[in-house]
Structure formats: structure tokens, C-alpha cells
Design a protein around this ligand. Structure first.
Ligand code: UT7
Length: 328
């Protein structure tokens, strides 16, 4: 029996830092409000002239280096993103070229903040059924390009970044790897968080641009409530499916959307907040990139060690959500 192991991780975040004080010069907000309501202190913004595939390729290259494989050995590249270089083709094919992979399979996954867990789950299925042995999964967002910088309800929350993991087949007898993944969606939540224009429903036009319809729109409160409920339930399902208790968990690497969401999840799942790896203060909400950035940081800081039990969970636009339990 084969299992899917996380063989290496990598991340890439832009150098440019945008602080809460910087934002208070753009919209009516304050460092105090943003810190107290979200836990965010600053976020990274990609410089002009670079795009989603640049950051994704950087993170992907680093994950390959950590996994000690040449990108040419990859069988598949999956990029989770809702802020691609362009509507078509997939970011993954440009990443394939930029990292010098061969003609391996390459495609994108659109599941917003849950994108990395969806991508990992697809990679796990490919590896378990024997189709692929080495899959690069990248979560990347350049949300700064799709934010309305006059809307304080959204522009203070998000940031840019990329995180990646190389997933590889490894004998189940080693005990390490993805124990299970659990994916969910509820399309009735579509109106709560979306980018209304720029697709077939509302093609880009001078009018749509003028009305800012190609920017992120969010009803924060109902998304918050759904996030607490569904992330908690998905985390519990991951534990129950593997006969594990909250005390067995070494680290929770959950989507970093709001510190208050994570505190509420910690209480519901009965895993102390001290076991949650937190970096929302530095990067804000980087959507599909948030879990792989956190995972890579935690691994490189020596916090998460090989063999430890990691619980992952996320919820975002869709609404789409999911969880994974991994023996790192
Ligand atoms: O990645 C997955 C998807 N996203 C999320 O998970 C985000 C989920 N939602 C949230 O994190 C929170 O709902 C927010 C952080 C977006 C908002 O926090 P809240 O506690 O739900 O605030 P609110 O929207 O109820 O607004 C409270 C007040 C309002 O003023 P009034 O009506 O009470 O006078 C807002 O107008 O805060 C005001 N407000 C702000 N004030 C200063 C909203 N945004 C800001 C701001 N600065 N940036």
C-alpha cells in the first residue's frame, strides 16, 4: 500500500510590506481596528511587472529543492488559485515552463481559500491510484490585483503570497503522509464572496470596470459564521475518521483569515490555540497560499517536526471548505 508523503515545502512572499498604518492613509480605518478585529498587522504586495506564475514558480522551485528532486522528475503540477495570470490557460502550464519541468500534466484548481486542501486531495488520489508518483501542489494568490483599494471591508484583509509542497508516493509502512482529506462545498453561499464581473455572466466592459465589479466583494459576517462552524466540523471529521482525539494533534495549520475565527475553532475542536501555527499578523489572508506558506514557515523554523500529526482546515469562497490529517 502506498501513501502520499509531503516530501518538501517552499514559499515565496513579495518583499514589499503594506502596514495597517499605510492602509489608514487609503481608507477610513485604523491599525487598532484591523488588529483587534482580524489579528493582521501587515501584508505583502507584489511589485508591478511580476505576476501569479512568478511567485508560484519561486515557491515551487524551493519545494522541489527541499524534496531533493529535479522539476523534470515531476509527473503533475496543480496550482490552486483564484487570481491567475490570465483567464486562460492555467497558471500551472506557465509554472511548468518557468521551473523547467517536462511535459507533465499541469492544471489549476479553483476552490478559493480551500484550494490548497483541494489540490492536495487530488494529488493524493493520483498518487494512491498509481497514476503519478511526484506531484507539485502550489497555492498562490496575488489578491492585491483584484481588490478595491477604496473598500475598507475587503482591502484591509488580504495579501499576496505563494506556498508549495511536493507530494510523493511512499510506502504506507513508513507511517508518514496524508492520512485522509475531506472536501465540502455549498454553492448557496456563492453570493457571500465573489468577483462578480469578468466572466461569462458579466463580461468585462467599461461599465463593469467603472463600477468596480471585477473586484472582490464580501459579506464578512456570514462568511465568518460559516467559517467557524464548517472549519470546526471538518477538523472534527478528520480526527474522527482516523480514530484520533484532539490531544493527538501536534499542530493545527489552518487557513489564516481571521485570528478570531481560529480562536473560535480552537475552542470548538478542543485543541489549544498554542497548537495553531499563526502568521496572519505578517501576511493577512493569502487565500489558497495561506496553508502552504504556514506549513513551510513552521517546518523551516523547526516547529513542525517529521512524524508529528498536523491537522489542516480551510474555508473560502464557494463556499468551499475542507480538512486534512497528515503525519508530517
Ligand atoms: O478567507 C475566507 C473568507 N474570509 C473570511 O473568512 C473573512 C470572514 N469575516 C471576517 O473576518 C469579519 O467579518 C471582518 C473582519 C471582515 C469584519 O469584522 P466584523 O467584526 O464582522 O465587523 P463588521 O463587518 O460587522 O463591521 C463592524 C463595524 C462596522 O461599523 P458599524 O456599522 O458598526 O458602524 C463597519 O462599517 O466596523 C466597520 N468596519 C471598519 N472599521 C474600520 C468595517 N471594516 C472596517 C475597517 N476599519 N477596515
Amino acid at each position: 500500500m502506498m501513501r502520499t508523503r509531503i516530501a518538501g515545502t517552499g514559499r515565496a512572499v513579495p518583499d514589499k510590506v503594506l502596514t495597517n498604518d499605510d492602509l489608514s492613509k487609503l481608507v477610513e480605518t485604523s491599525d487598532e481596528w484591523i488588529r483587534e478585529r482580524t489579528g493582521i498587522r501587515e501584508r505583502r504586495i507584489l511589485e508591478e511587472g511580476r505576476s501569479t506564475s512568478d511567485l508560484a514558480a519561486e515557491a515551487g522551485r524551493r519545494a522541489c529543492a527541499t524534496a531533493e528532486i529535479d522539476p523534470k522528475e515531476l509527473d503533475c503540477i496543480i496550482v490552486a488559485t483564484i487570481s491567475p495570470d490570465m483567464p486562460m490557460p492555467a497558471v500551472a502550464v506557465t509554472v511548468q515552463q518557468k521551473i523547467g519541468a517536462g511535459t507533465c500534466a499541469a492544471f489549476d484548481v479553483s476552490a478559493a481559500c480551500a484550494g490548497f486542501i483541494y489540490g492536495m486531495s487530488i494529488a493524493d488520489a493520483f498518487i494512491k491510484n498509481g497514476q503519478f508518483q511526484r506531484v507539485l501542489v502550489i497555492g498562490v494568490e496575488i489578491l492585491s490585483r483584484v481588490l478595491d483599494w477604496t473598500d475598507r471591508n475587503t482591502c484591509v484583509l488580504f495579501g499576496d503570497g505563494a506556498g508549495a509542497a511536493v507530494l510523493m508516493a511512499s510506502p504506507a509502512s513508513e507511517g508518514r503522509g496524508i492520512l485522509s482529506t475531506h472536501l465540502f462545498a455549498d454553492g448557496s453561499g456563492m453570493p457571500l464572496l465573489n468577483i462578480p464581473a469578468g466572466g461569462s455572466m458579466e463580461p468585462a466592459s467599461a461599465k463593469s470596470v467603472e463600477a468596480g465589479r471585477h473586484f472582490v466583494k464580501m459579506q464578512g459576517k456570514p462568511v465568518f459564521t460559516n467559517a467557524v462552524k464548517n472549519i470546526s466540523r471538518a477538523a472534527q471529521i478528520a480526527l474522527e475518521s482516523n480514530g484520533k482525539s484532539p490531544a493527538d494533534v501536534d499542530w493545527v495549520v489552518a487557513h489564516q483569515a481571521n485570528l478570531r475565527i481560529l480562536e473560535a475553532v480552537a475552542e470548538r475542536v478542543a485543541v489549544p490555540i498554542e497548537k495553531f501555527y499563526l502568521n496572519i499578523h505578517k501576511y493577512g489572508n493569502t487565500s489558497s497560499a495561506s496553508i502552504p506558506i504556514a506549513l513551510d514557515e513552521a517546518a523551516h523554523e523547526g516547529k513542525i517536526k517529521p512524524g508529528e500529526l498536523i491537522l489542516m482546515a480551510a474555508l473560502g469562497a464557494g463556499l468551499s471548505w475542507g480538512s486534512a490529517l497528515v503525519r508530517f
